[in-house]
Write a protein that binds this ligand. Structure first.
Ligand SMILES: Nc1nc2c(ncn2[C@@H]2O[C@H](COP(=O)(O)OP(=O)(O)O)[C@@H](O)[C@H]2O)c(=O)[nH]1
Ligand SMILES: [Mg+2]
Length: 207
């Protein structure tokens, strides 16, 4: 089975209002994080080859729940709520600022976090915070710089380095980083390769 085909089997499991309601801390999972409207749902849909799995919205910030997508009995994808949306009530924001670091720190099944950022913009304070939380939880962190179709190739590569530089200046770092375009379906192989390693999908397939 090709890497990509494995992720095509993803199916919606549940929406959890808090990390405590995600279900048993067993097996292996990978979480997707990113500023709201950055293209997180599009990355998940592109990875899984399902256009409507994670809803794509022109109106950011709607979902403040965690969506769980099962890959098989033991593995799943976790779609974390988009951050940085101004209209989210302060109380909801505070709740997540407690719940998220707790989840990242204490979830045994969590193998790594994919942080999605817009290639064209500098990482926000919240991106830096997210990367910092993952780092202090000792989690592997893969950066996906999406909407790469909006820039020319050379410019996109420059941006890739600029983003890494500004994260380094903020004192945080990614384990790995890549360009992505949901529009062109670019970067899916690279992403599924990273997830395969985290979730040990290759080992499972051979076994
Ligand atoms: N050009 C381009 N637009 C994208 C890409 N990914 C997402 N978008 C657009 O960005 C908007 C937000 O996407 P969505 O996936 O809902 O973002 P989310 O809020 O982070 O889940 C939508 O209008 C998408 O069509 C991409 O790779 N290229
Ligand atoms: Mg979304």
């Amino acid at each position: 089975m090709s890497e990509q085909r494995y992720y095509r089997r993803a199916s919606f499991r549940l929406s959890a209002p808090t990390p405590g309601e995600l279900g048993p801390d067993e097996g292996a999972e990978v979480a997707f994080a990113g500023r709201s409207n950055v293209g997180k749902s599009s990355v998940i849909n592109c990875l899984t080859g399902q256009r409507k799995l994670a809803r794509i919205s022109g109106t950011p910030g709607r979902t403040q729940t965690i969506n769980v997508f099962d890959l098989d009995e033991a593995r799943r994808l976790i779609d974390l709520p988009g951050y940085g949306y101004a209209k989210v009530p302060a109380e909801v924001k505070r709740r997540w600022e407690r719940a998220l670091p707790d989840y990242l720190q204490n979830r045994g099944a969590l193998r790594g976090v994919v942080v999605i950022m817009d290639l064209r913009h500098a990482p926000t304070e919240q991106d830096v915070q997210m990367v910092g939380w993952c780092a202090s939880a000792g989690l592997a962190l893969h950066g996906v710089l999406t909407k790469a179709d909006k820039l020319k190739r050379g410019r996109a590569k420059q941006r890739l380095q600029a983003v890494q530089r500004s994260l380094a200046e903020a004192g945080v770092a990614l384990s790995s980083v890549q360009l992505f375009s949901a529009l062109k379906g670019e970067g899916v192989d690279e992403l599924s390769g990273v997830l395969d390693a985290w979730l040990e999908v290759g080992n499972f397939r051979r076994g």
